[in-house]
Design a binder for this molecule. Structure first.
Ligand code: BTN
Length: 320
């Protein structure tokens, strides 16, 4: 119901009379007033005029109602929202196990046990950042799973550039970087048979309105946020909507034409290729020039000996 009220208010962009609302929604005017007050409690600023009705002045910075209204395609048509969860990836995987179809999105305002790559903790305090997980059921082989991460990185960078104007780039495989610091990351987790993926959960974490001094000491040196870079607060709704719409766009391309267009877009958006890098893979460390990525999204590193080495996952530091 809250969504239908928001839809009406947004559609008009002006005052909507209590009578019109009660007719459209099939509820009494007193019930409309109650619903309006419930929305106000959630942070919506709604003007009320006895003569003209109600007008939406401002939405809270994270509005699930607005996300559902502004989504263009299938990804995000249904959203599960939580104030706090252990990890949105865990919740999404549980939903996927129960047969939840692809395109469903889990969003949490905060996470108690946010997970990063390589078993790291992902700082996820309330009211400031984005924590979302998307369930997909792509018909691709497990060896191509990196393409999902590549796709998500392309979608996130494009969305962040458009909404914030920042020159966000991708550090292989999936770090979202601004001014050499990490603004966000992607954790792709899959359940698969030997020859097919049963489901994938794409988890996206972006530091949006967080002040950098809120990060623990060890993270502060290497992390940044949209607010830190632009000096302004940004709407988490606007960024999430762009990410989901971009994902929709690229997922269609991946299904129709395979990974090639994605890989070439990724190469336009990365700050890794051509650089001297150090990569840690488990206990091994390699240095060399990040030369290219192959059709499966693996990084091709030119070692000092001149030999090429393919790397599927690891921790990459740009040296020069
Ligand atoms: C990385 O280490 O760069 C990946 C970070 C991914 C964090 C996101 S936040 C939403 C989703 N839920 C999690 O527990 N992790 C991912």
């Amino acid at each position: 119901m809250a969504e239908r009220i928001l839809k009406l208010l947004r559609k008009k962009g002006d005052f909507v009379s209590g009578e019109e609302m009660s007719k459209e929604l099939g509820i009494t005017r007193a019930a409309v007033w109650k619903k309006i007050n419930a929305l106000r409690k959630k942070g919506y600023i709604i003007q009320a005029s006895p003569a003209k009705g109600y007008r939406l002045l401002k939405s809270p910075d994270l509005s699930i109602g607005d996300i559902k209204i502004l989504i263009k395609g299938d990804i995000g048509r249904e959203v599960f929202f939580y104030e706090s969860v252990d990890s949105t990836n865990t919740v999404a995987a549980e939903l996927a196990e129960k047969g939840t179809p692809e395109g469903i999105v889990v969003i949490a305002d905060s996470q108690e046990k946010g997970r990063g790559r390589l078993g790291r903790f992902w700082v996820s305090p309330p009211h400031v950042n984005i924590h979302i997980s998307i369930i997909l059921r792509p018909e691709i082989e497990p060896k191509d799973v990196t393409l999902l991460t590549i796709m998500s990185a392309v979608a996130c960078v494009t969305a962040l550039r458009r909404v914030t104007g920042l020159k966000v780039t991708i550090k292989w495989p999936n770090d979202l970087i601004v001014s050499g610091k990490k603004m966000g990351g992607i954790l792709t987790e899959v359940k698969s048979d030997p020859d097919r993926i049963i489901f994938a959960v794409i988890g996206v974490g972006i530091n949006v309105n967080m002040d950098v001094d809120m990060f623990p000491d060890d993270v502060r040196q290497i992390a940044t946020s949209v607010k830190n870079e632009t000096g302004e607060m940004h709407s988490r709704t606007a960024i999430i909507v762009e990410i989901l719409n971009e994902l929709e766009h690229w997922y269609k391309i991946l299904k129709r034409t395979g990974g090639k267009p994605l890989l070439s877009e990724w190469q336009q958006l990365t700050s890794t290729l051509g650089r001297d890098v150090r990569i840690t893979v488990g206990k091994e460390t390699f240095t060399g020039i990040a030369e290219s990525i192959d059709d499966e999204g693996m990084l091709i590193l030119r070692l000092p000996s001149g030999m090429l080495k393919k790397i599927s996952a690891g921790d990459l530091t740009i040296l020069r």
